[in-house]
Write a protein that binds this ligand. Structure first.
Ligand code: SF4
Length: 192
């Protein structure tokens, strides 16, 4: 039995839940993917170009998806106060509520009932597979700040109290503790 091939065959079948013809609860598969991504993305990745890169589409198609999600009230775009050409996308409260109907939740729930150590192995296995395929195809996948080569961690001790401050060496910006678990399309992992 080829365990590696059998695993990927099962992954392919699980992915059928992510990719489908037509709509589910009124959204196409790419619109669900966009809404899901934008609800988990950090401030650097909530842009039309980062969305296009994550969904794997052109800027034109990403614009169409954004327009559709805006029309339904699930997304809003805000112009930057400093650079009027730059736009940040935010999932609205209505969009957040709608995500409980995300078709992918059936997979999330199936994983959620596993023991924590199994979940950690499951997650780390997918990361390993993605890291290896990135290296083979000379690309980067999207992942969380806390694993990124650009994240800087400074420990500051004052009055016997130590606090940790995070910053991004790529964007030269501070990163709040709550942001280190958010997704970023500029993520780059440590190469061994
Ligand atoms: S540290 Fe890495 S993942 Fe985090 S914002 Fe910077 S580039 Fe993105």
């Amino acid at each position: 039995m080829n365990l590696a091939r059998e695993s990927i065959e099962l992954l392919e079948q699980a992915a059928r839940i992510l990719w489908f013809e037509g709509t589910k609860h009124g959204l196409r598969d790419r619109e669900w993917m966009a809404l899901r991504f934008l609800s988990r993305a950090n401030r650097f990745s909530r842009t039309p170009s980062a969305l296009a890169s994550y969904v794997g589409t052109t800027r034109g198609t990403a614009s169409f998806i954004i327009g559709e999600l805006e029309r339904l009230g699930y997304l809003e775009r805000k112009r930057s106060a400093t650079d009027k050409r730059s736009v940040t996308l935010s999932v609205t409260q209505q969009g957040k509520k709608f995500l409980v109907r995300d078709p992918v939740n059936v997979l999330v729930e199936a994983v959620a009932v596993l023991d924590d150590d199994v979940k950690i192995r499951f997650r780390d296995t997918f990361r390993h597979v993605l890291d290896q395929s990135d290296a083979a195809e000379q690309r980067h996948h999207t992942d969380v700040c806390k694993r990124c080569i650009f994240l800087r961690e400074d420990r500051i001790t004052t009055d016997n109290k130590t606090t940790v401050e995070f910053s991004c060496r790529l964007f030269r910006a501070p990163i709040a503790e709550a942001e280190v678990d958010l997704l970023c399309t500029s993520f780059e992992h440590h190469r061994q």
